[in-house]
Design a protein around this ligand. Structure first.
Ligand code: SAH
Length: 258
């Protein structure tokens, strides 16, 4: 598509994709944390069916695939991410059982009812909302199947005004860990485990790789307001995390469908 044919929305969208395509992960996490969450899940075999919703370019999906047998379907809204996902799977020789497809987690999912052994979603369930995602996706899990998601959570009941406002503007669904666990239980899962993902998942595995992407982006599009805005936003988010990391972070929630 030439630039003249793009609406502003299209261009915005493709810029965001281009930016995040430069980095291995599109949200905080690490291979160690993916494997820690996986260690709580005990029902997987070569016949298992797994879905990774909001998989991005598949950083965590490939880690999963290298440690579990079974088929994994990655689903993401952005075709560019899915293209990279499928290329990554092929490069690792996983293409026969790891497949990326374009789709929305907020629509009917491309799975049979009660067909999945595990639903994975790192840093992405906020797109549908934690509680709604848990409720909607449950129908695709087999009885005894697991869900493992990471989600922004408050560590304290009260927090400074600046960080509170930032999250209310960006994701008002953020809540404390006990409230999220209660939501999981209400949605019909046994809360199996909950743990806070360590700081290096943000600093080393997310922000640091983004620095190079930001510099490259500014060089590639000098003086372009939308690019400068995007980079400024990213840098603000990093600054806020540095200042307020005692009050919030990402938490892994693992539940078993009953
Ligand atoms: N799981 C990846 C990506 C997290 S970023 C990681 O941890 O690195 C959130 C992802 O959700 C992005 O890849 C974004 O494209 C995707 N996304 C946003 N809205 C979506 C929707 N409605 N359906 C599916 N994926 C969506």
């Amino acid at each position: 598509m030439s630039n003249e044919n793009k609406t502003i929305y299209d261009f915005d969208f493709s810029l965001i994709c281009e930016y995040f395509s430069q980095v291995k992960r599109q949200g905080p996490g690490s291979p160690e944390v993916t494997l820690k969450a996986l260690s709580f899940i005990d029902n997987l075999t070569a016949d298992s069916c797994i879905a990774d919703l909001g998989c991005g370019t598949g950083g965590q999906t490939m880690v999963l695939a290298e440690h579990v047998a079974g088929e994994i379907t990655g689903l993401d809204l952005f075709p560019d991410f899915i293209r990279i996902f499928n290329r990554n799977a092929e490069q690792l020789g996983l293409q026969d059982r790891v497949k990326g497809c374009v789709g929305s987690m907020t629509e009917t999912l491309p799975f049979e009812k009660e067909s999945l052994d595990l639903i994975w979603s790192e840093g992405a369930i906020y797109n549908i909302g934690f509680e709604q995602g848990l409720n909607e996706w449950k129908q695709y899990l087999k009885k005894g199947g697991y869900i493992a998601v990471s989600e922004a959570s408050w560590f304290t009941d009260k927090r400074p005004e600046e960080i509170h406002r930032f999250w209310m503007e960006n994701y008002p669904g953020i809540d404390t860990i006990p409230n999220k666990v209660a939501q999981m239980q209400r949605a019909g899962y046994v809360p199996v485990s909950t743990f806070i993902i360590p700081e290096n998942c943000w600093t080393e595995h997310f922000f640091k790789p983004c620095h190079k992407a930001q510099d490259d982006f500014l060089k590639k599009y000098p003086g372009k307001p939308m690019v400068e805005d995007l980079v400024m936003n990213q840098r603000r988010e990093e600054g806020l995390y540095d200042t307020y990391k005692a009050f919030y972070g990402y938490v892994f929630y693992i539940g078993k469908k009953i």
